[in-house]
Write a protein that binds this ligand. Structure first.
Ligand code: PGA
Length: 253
């Protein structure tokens, strides 16, 4: 089993004040080092404050997006260097909400991924099929195409710090979770594809995490699957007690 990776994606929630309140509670649950990587992705405006408050804890900071260029005339965007400057170690790329609301494609995700690697951020690359694609029996083909497109042009030496998040679009924020076996099937497909693309040595430590309505109720059965190495949590990461229960999954299996 790989070291689990649990990521709380706060999305466009929490002012600085609310973020500080939430992180002060989380600090109580995560005081000492654990054998799990615990990451939170607050909105950009709260990164600085949150980063300061988690500096003496094992919790690490992620950004929810970045621009692929280093600097320049890109109004409203942030570069990898800026994210590192504010304390981010990780960056989430190609979340389905960005693909949907900001027209991000595998090609744009690929550019951002290369930039994140260049800027020494650890990328969490999101892929996931829509409901129509799943119902048409097209889930596996869709995921393979997204992984190949998003990772295009990378070499085996570039992928070691990357994680892949499988997030079926129909499961995000809907309360419908992929069953552990449905998720495991896709995770296994992604694992095999990574072996094929970059070789086993370069990819056997890449964590493949699941996202889409993860809750304290379903975390244990998801984490019990062989190829589910962690989770990307939206709604349930906004409450300290539910996120704490999710990161403590091991204690109850
Ligand atoms: P959710 O979101 O847990 O609220 O479904 C997950 C995500 O979009 O990362």
């Amino acid at each position: 089993m790989l070291r689990p990776l649990i990521v709380g994606n706060w999305k466009m929630n929490n002012t600085i004040h609310q973020s500080v309140e939430l992180v002060m509670k989380l600090r109580e649950f995560v005081k000492t080092e654990r054998d799990t990587d615990i990451i939170i992705a607050p909105p950009f405006t709260a990164l600085h404050h949150v980063g300061f408050l988690i500096a003496d804890t094992p919790i690490r900071l992620a950004a929810q997006n970045m621009h692929h260029e280093k600097t320049g005339a890109f109004t409203g965007d942030l570069s990898g260097e800026m994210l590192k400057d504010v304390g981010c170690e990780y960056v989430i790329l190609g979340h389905s909400e960005r693909r949907k609301c900001h027209c991000e494609t595998d090609e744009t995700v690929n550019r951002k991924l290369k930039a994140a690697i260049r800027d020494e951020l650890k990328p969490i690359v999101c892929v996931g099929e829509s409901l129509e694609q799943r119902e048409a029996g097209d889930a596996i083909r869709t995921i393979k195409a997204q992984v190949k497109g998003s990772l295009k042009g990378l070499g085996p030496g570039m992928v070691k710090n990357m994680a892949i998040a499988y997030e079926p679009v129909w499961a995000i924020g809907t309360g419908k979770t992929a069953s552990p076996t449905e998720a495991e099937e896709i995770h296994n497909t992604i694992r095999e594809l990574l072996f094929e693309l970059f070789g086993r040595n370069a990819t056997e430590n890449i964590r493949i995490i699941y996202g889409g309505s993860v809750t304290p109720e379903n975390i244990d059965s998801l984490m019990a699957q062989a190829n589910i190495d962690g989770v990307l949590v939206g709604g349930a990461s906004l409450k300290a007690d539910s996120f704490a229960r999710i990161i403590s999954f091991k204690e109850s299996i």
